[in-house]
Design a protein around this ligand. Structure first.
Ligand code: ADP
Length: 377
């Protein structure tokens, strides 16, 4: 080790000065008063001051009045305690009055147990800070635009829903009073009815999606038996199930009892999964619903023997408005259902997963935590 040192050249005072001169970062050296004793050319360039203008001056000549006073208090405490200090909060003023922000490190130089100099190394972060502020501004602007877009969608859906419901209601009345429509007229009436129902479903999905995003979806927290909720969903879908001659199987554990939870959320989850299963399963296929539980979770499983989901689409189907290639143009839908229920499920602290094989079928599994005071009491 000693041998190695003996072979190294010695660095003297003038070498250090030359090194300081070529360092690209601005450097200020002060005594303990503190008065500036040296600044390097990088600092001259940054501030517009020449070395001769600064030597002997207090570094406060660079103060802008924009740096929080607490920063100087912390700096003073650190340096007088013989410690280094770093901050990104210092805003200084150049000779021409313009401001610049620095990432600064202050280091006391101690000789023989006594501080003799303070060295300040600066890194100009003005451009970086400006870019950061601009980015934050853009992000806030985007968020504002997004919010007003969502508000517009909410308003439009809300406004559309009432007249659409009135149209659907009127068509139902017309069909009921039917005494003498030709087959052609009845067909047109059915078509208008179906299309109106489609628009109502879309406006409802848009409303639910924006309500979920705004965090204003009304959750009904009440004593609920998931079996009863499931039966209500099945009743709702029974015409579709019958029309497609689907073999439907509902199994539920005997130990499933009522507990306090968001009843309408469970309804929405099951309604979405089951109506998808029926929609994407060909005539004569199979759809199943199984409800079970563990010590801590309620498990809802919806499976079908339908068209399945391409592997590459499986991780995207929970995204807003995503629809897999094999359903586009063949099946109606908004691509909002899974997005809405996955938001609801995570609001409830649960999770959802999918297993699927194209052409064979799909199984969705939902785990919902059973809250304290719930199912097992
Ligand atoms: P959609 O209104 O299209 O049904 P969802 O958000 O409910 O929208 O579902 C998103 C996409 O996930 C569907 O468009 C479809 O590609 C796929 N998908 C969901 N459920 C099934 C299923 N049971 N079988 C096949 N594909 C499904």
């Amino acid at each position: 080790m000693n041998m190695l040192f003996k072979t190294l050249p010695k660095i003297d005072h003038s070498d250090f000065q030359r090194i300081l001169k070529i360092i690209p970062e601005p450097v200020i050296v002060t005594d303990t008063n503190p008065c500036i004793v040296y600044v390097n050319p990088a600092l001259e360039k940054l501030t517009g001051y020449k070395l001769a203008e600064l030597v002997g001056k207090n570094p406060r000549i660079l103060k802008s009045g924009k740096t929080p006073e607490t920063v100087y208090q912390r700096l003073y405490r650190a340096l007088t305690g013989g410690k280094s200090f770093s901050t990104r909060e210092v805003i200084n003023k150049r000779k021409d009055g313009s401001l610049y922000q620095i990432d600064a490190s202050y280091v006391p130089i101690v000789t023989g147990g006594k501080t003799v100099f303070y060295v300040q190394i600066q890194h100009d972060i003005t451009a970086h800070k400006k870019a950061e502020a601009e980015l934050a501004g853009h992000a806030a602007e985007l968020e504002k635009m997004n919010k007003s877009k969502d508000e517009f969608i909410y308003f439009a859906s809300h406004t559309l829903r009432t007249p659409l419901s009135a149209v659907a209601w009127s068509i139902e009345r017309l069909s009921e009073d039917n005494d003498g429509y030709s087959a052609k007229q009845q067909k047109s009436l059915n078509l208008i009815y179906d299309q109106t129902q489609r628009m109502i479903k879309l406006t409802n999905d848009l409303l639910d999606a924006t309500r979920m995003e705004f965090g204003v979806l009304a959750y009904k927290y009440e004593e609920t038996n998931p079996q009863t909720v499931a039966s209500n969903v099945i009743i709702d879908l029974k015409d579709r199930i019958r029309k497609k001659k689907i073999k439907f199987k509902f199994t539920s554990g005997k130990d499933i009892r009522a507990y306090k939870t968001y009843s309408n959320a469970i309804y929405m989850i099951l309604h979405n999964l089951l109506s998808n299963a029926v929609k994407f399963t060909p005539i004569g296929g199979k759809v199943g619903l199984k409800i079970s539980k563990t010590e801590i979770e309620l498990i809802l499983q919806v499976s079908d023997s339908g068209i399945g989901i391409p592997r590459s689409a499986q991780e995207k189907i929970f995204q807003k408005m995503y629809r897999a290639q094999n359903v586009k143009d063949k099946f109606e839908g908004s691509g909002l259902g899974l997005y809405i229920i996955s938001g609801i499920i995570s609001h409830m602290g649960g999770k959802i997963s999918v297993e699927s094989k194209q052409g064979k079928g799909t199984t969705f599994t939902v785990w919902l935590p059973v809250t304290k005071g719930g199912i097992y009491e």
